[in-house]
Design a protein around this ligand. Sequence first.
Ligand code: VNL
Length: 398
Amino acid sequence: MNAKITRRHTLAAFALAATALSPFAAHAEDVVKVGVILPMTGPSASTGREIAAAIKLFQAQKGDKAGGKKVEVIIKDDTGVADITKRLAQELIVNDKASVIAGFGLTPLALAVAPIATQAKVPAVVMAAGTAIITEASPYIVRTSFTLPQNTMPIAQWAVKNGIKKVVTLVTDYGPGIDAEKTFVATIKENGGQVLDSLRSPLKNPEFAPFLQKAKDLKPDALFLFVPSGQGAALMKQVSERDFAKEGIKVIGTGDVTDDEQLNNMGDAVLGMITSHNYSADHDSPENKAYVAAFEKANPGLRPNFMSVGGYDGMALIYAALDKTKGDTNGTKLVEAMKGMSWTSPRGPISIDPETRDIIQNVYIRKVEKKNGQLYNVEFSTMANVKDPFKAAKAAKK
Ligand code: VNL
């Protein structure tokens, strides 16, 4: 009798364990699929690497449940080519039944999925791209990265305050670069400054030397720079070969240039460079110290950069939205749930503007300094709760 009960219990326990392990255990409706499309190879691979690592860290820390459902992340490599992003988005939605798509390493890749998100009514969480217009391309787009006007405005105002009158700008010739240029130029001109030239280098196979030489010959008070994440080291190598400081020319920019992933290899020539940006691995908060320590432990030799926090916060937003809808995956309800959400990120306090679905966040002015033998962007001033200036200007006109 005793033996029989024991045996029956053992069998029951075995059956339970088998159910839990079986791939068919969770009913399809209990699983929420998040399709993440990133450049994992090609020239923007560092962006894919950073975001994928942050997503893995998020799930390792918070588990795989949200709104009572199991969240399954599927990462796909678009190699940075918009046609591939588009095809992968369609496949993830139609074949894999993804309830949310996310990632998008560059502006053209995010814009390529906008019509698909609208048509399928599936939320698309932009974790990397930064052209202001992106959130206007679909009512299903929500952004956890940044906009270039948002990140540029503070350094432009810093330049004005620090007596910089004559400037040259050099940006990468596509959406985010043009947004950065427009913002910087407008702020300088509004304050009585002079723009000697606005130079643009191509996105593919960038060549900086002729532009830098031209900028130096014009003898401005400052040279403003923007290049996308991954190109900063190549640009700064060329900058340091031409002693701008000796000519009395300050080199400033957005934090994309002094990207945390590459900064430490840029050498002492970047010491003292001033930039403005939404994230520094050196940001002094308990949340960020914990984030950097956990990220570096999970990814030895890799420092988390601003792309990584876009991915980490994008996951936090998707989890919070699912919690709020109690696991309802209706895309319209998920986007509604995301609007107005606010929380403390490793970068500081952030929220999703309910009007524009764009991120509102602090932007910091930072200076490259050496700490324990490592180069960091050390924040020394904060502009709190910055809304994308282009959208703020539109809202003011209404
Ligand atoms: C973009 C903007 C990409 C800023 C970036 O790195 C960046 C973009 C890849 O919108 O394409 O740092």
